[in-house]
Design a protein around this ligand. Structure first.
Ligand SMILES: CC(C)(COP(=O)(O)OP(=O)(O)OC[C@H]1O[C@@H](n2cnc3c(N)ncnc32)[C@H](O)[C@@H]1OP(=O)(O)O)[C@@H](O)C(=O)NCCC(=O)NCCS
Length: 140
């Protein structure tokens, strides 16, 4: 995918959609800081290749990421949005979600983690579909 150069904000955080430099290792590094767990680097790499990824970096270091999974016409969702705990509440999550929206060809529907409802409301999202889920262990 062609990289879409975005901007650098007041806190020197640079945003880029279709960031071709995003590696599974740095994505997992961020995920470990937000949701510690086991991640398979090869399968993460395959997953990253299927989504529109927007990154937030400070001095090259990955401080936030949002992915959009869309079929290009009928449906789109946000598999996850993560901001490094040290960088939270500085506007990074808001800008990532704005860029996710601008670069998505479709509407977006997703589930919010409990406690984040007010964040999404502030960004213009409204309560929508009731969410259902059934868990499977992640592939190893
Ligand atoms: C949720 C998350 C992405 C928010 O990112 P962030 O960079 O901290 O948020 P921002 O600084 O851009 O916040 C934008 C606005 O929402 C508010 N806000 C942020 N998180 C909030 C929360 N949990 N509850 C209420 N308001 C919140 C901010 O105060 C700010 O308000 P303002 O514009 O009036 O000043 C971040 O906390 C995170 O990564 N959390 C862990 C992972 C997670 O839960 N991801 C979302 C899955 S649904």
């Amino acid at each position: 995918m062609r990289p879409i150069r975005q901007e650098t904000d007041m806190a020197d955080v640079a945003y880029e959609t279709n960031d071709g430099t995003l590696t599974a290792e740095e994505f997992i590094g961020l995920a470990q800081r937000v949701w510690p767990g086991e991640y398979n680097a090869r399968l993460v790499e395959e997953a990253l290749a299927k989504t529109i990824n927007t990154t937030a970096r400070r001095g090259g270091y990955l401080v936030g990421c949002v992915r959009v999974l869309t079929d290009g016409y009928l449906f789109g969702t946000v598999p996850e949005l993560m901001v490094d705990p040290v960088f939270q509440r500085q506007g990074v999550g808001r800008r990532l979600m704005e860029l996710a929206w601008e670069n998505s060809p479709t509407s977006l529907f997703f589930g919010a983690q409990p406690g984040n409802e007010a964040f999404f409301r502030k960004l213009g999202y409204k309560r929508s579909l009731t969410s259902f889920g059934r868990r499977k262990p992640r592939l190893k």
